[in-house]
Each structure stands twice: as C-alpha cells, then as structure tokens.
Design a protein around this ligand. Sequence first.
Ligand code: DI6
Ligand code: FE
Length: 403
Amino acid sequence: MTTAPFDHLILGASLATLDGADYGAIRDGAIAWRDGLIAYVGPRAELPGEPSSIARVVERVEGWITPGLVDCHTHAVFAGDRAVEFEMRLQGATYEQVARAGGGILSTVRAVREASEEVLYAQSKPRIDALRADGVTTLEIKSGYGLDFENERKMLRVARRFGDESLTVRTTYLAAHALPPEYAGRADDYIDAAIDWLPKLHAEGLVDAVDAFCEGIGFSPAQTRRLFERARALGLPVKLHADQLSDLEGGAIVAEFGGLSADHVEHTNDAAVRAMAQAGTVAVLLPGAFHVLRETKLPPIDAFRAHGVPMAIATDCNPGTSPLLSLRQAMQLACTHFRLTPEDALRGATVHAARALGLADRGVLRVGLRADLALWRVNHPAELCYWLGGDMLDTRWVAGRPH
Ligand code: DI6
Ligand code: FE
C-alpha cells in the first residue's frame, strides 16, 4: 500500500501566498501539507495525480486563504480596564498628564498586582480569544504591568499558558515599561533590579525577547542600553517601544543591538531609519495607539519604503492606548491613517510581523513552511483591510490542524 504524500489537501480557494508581487495571488488554487508543513502550493490544474489518491483529507472550499495572521506586539495579558482614563483624555487630559498623575500604566500595575494568576488568566482570555477569532495564529504578549519579580513572572506564566497547539505565543520581558512607585526617583536602581530578574525568568523558560519603553515618561537611552547589554549577554533578542511620543533615537538604539524591531516609531528620524535598514530591524507600526491618542505625527513611511525597512503591523492590544481586539482592524487603520496599501498591510500582519518575532518558518504560503493558514469569506484580499468589524474568518489551521 502506498501512503498519500499529503495529510490534507484544500482545493478551490484563491491563495494570497504573499510569495511574489500582487499578493502572490493564485486563483483556483490548491494547498496541501504533511506533518504540519506545506507540501504543495500552486494552481489546482498543476496538482499531480487524483486528489483522493494523494491526500488523506480533501476539502473543497471557497474564499481566500492567507498565511495565519501574526500579531507581533501586544500587552493582551492584564487585569481591569481604563475606560475612565479614556473619558479623561476626551475631556482634554493628555496620555502623559494621566501617567504623571499616577494613572496610566501604573493603574493597570495596581490591578495586575492584586489579581491572582487565575484571575489574570480569566480576564485576559476573552481578548486572546477575540484576536484568534479574527485570524491570529501567532501572538506576542509582553509583561510590563507587574514591575516586580513575582508579578512580572506571573504575567509571563499566564502569557505562556495561552500558547498551545492552536496558537503560538511568544513572550517578551517588558519590566522596563514604567517606574513602579516603590522606586520613585530611583530609575537606575529599578533598571538594576529589572536586569537582575531577567536571567532568572529566562532560566524558567519564560522569555523569548526583551523590550523597554524608551521615552520621557519611560526610561532613558542609557538605561535602555544597559538592559539590552544584559539581554545580549543572555543571547536574547531585543525590541523597543521607540520614538512614540518623542525622538530619543530609539530606532538607532535597536539597530545598534541588531534588534528584531523598533515599535511605534512615529518620531524616528532619517538617520535612524537608515541604521534600521542596515541592521535588518523591522519597523512595527501600531496604528491603534496612533488612532486612540489622536496623534498627528505620522511614522516616516516613505523613508522606511525608500530604505527597504520592512513594516509590520500589530494591535498593541493594551488597556490604555490601544484597546484593540482585531489585527484586521489594525490593518484597516494602517491603511486609513498611514496610507499603506491593503497588500502592504497584509504583509505587515504576516511575513513582516513574523520577522519582527524572529520567526522565519511562517508568514508566507511556501513549501516547507508551517501550514498556519486562515480562510476568509472575502472576494478579494483587499477586503480584509476594507471592512470595519464584521466576522470574516471561516477556518484557521495551525501547523495543519483546524482550530
Ligand atoms: N506604549 C504603549 O503603546 C503601551 N506601552 C507603551 O509603552 C501602552 C501601555 C498602557 O498605556 O497601558
Ligand atoms: Fe506597546
């Protein structure tokens, strides 16, 4: 008896492979996988042999198949919410004023510290479920609302629990997010502590990357560099909340460390863009935060394009500046606010986002890569960036298994 070369074969859908120009589109396509890896992707007409003889499962579907979406920047694990702060900002308070008055990130820190691990998990789960329901198959989650060893650890443990066979989770250590009240006036001491916790959490297998909030209301470039040096010594990749509210050379700092990504980047200057291009650092655009904060300073999209810096798009799902539960919606905002094309936005939420996480095995439909796919009820992939809201996902497959 001969064994079928494919576990699973899908016929009939159009494919946005993102491998090549014009979405890498293949109409009336076929895609097959074996052991969780793509084994055929191409036109149906070029499939070798009878479908029923070459695959154990043959499905006929309609719609468009894209790579599973990758949300490469979230703070989706937290407790409580900040709706009151939203109301304050609508009455004229700025994000920085709210933060300096003890609200902002620190109000979420209080809620996270009070929550047990179970409560933190239960409160975060609906958000993770919403992101999954809109096509996310790989999700990054940051710590950064614990700001002490036990509570950063609690956040990372909860984040890890969301990772399973139906969702890849990458965790990022963001203890350098805000200065906790017990360290008021002692930011350097706090960074020392955060540097000290990192190897312990890494030894527990809880850390995939290291991040910081380099900003006037966050940490200085010098403090960021000290943390990054420790990350480098441990072999951990870095990324950074860079140049969101002001230009602190954040993009250049990440490039200096050969980092994965500089995120936000509204105020990043031209020299830093060039440094990012040289280092292969991805620019992660977060249009949800831009939208909610009613920002007007656009990230240097043309410069990123001119210098060949890949642009990723993420939700930045967080309780303060981006309570955004759909990566497709972030793609829509990237098109409307930043004038990305829908094709660029889709690449931003797949292949470039995977790169921002250091993952080279996904984000494109190509033989040999993971069979992480999303099937959408749309007539054209641009529709993914066109609708505001709605329910367009038919099925997601993660490593070849439907979920
Ligand atoms: N920038 C952000 O977009 C989030 N953190 C950061 O440094 C916002 C986090 C929050 O306001 O809770
Ligand atoms: Fe963020």
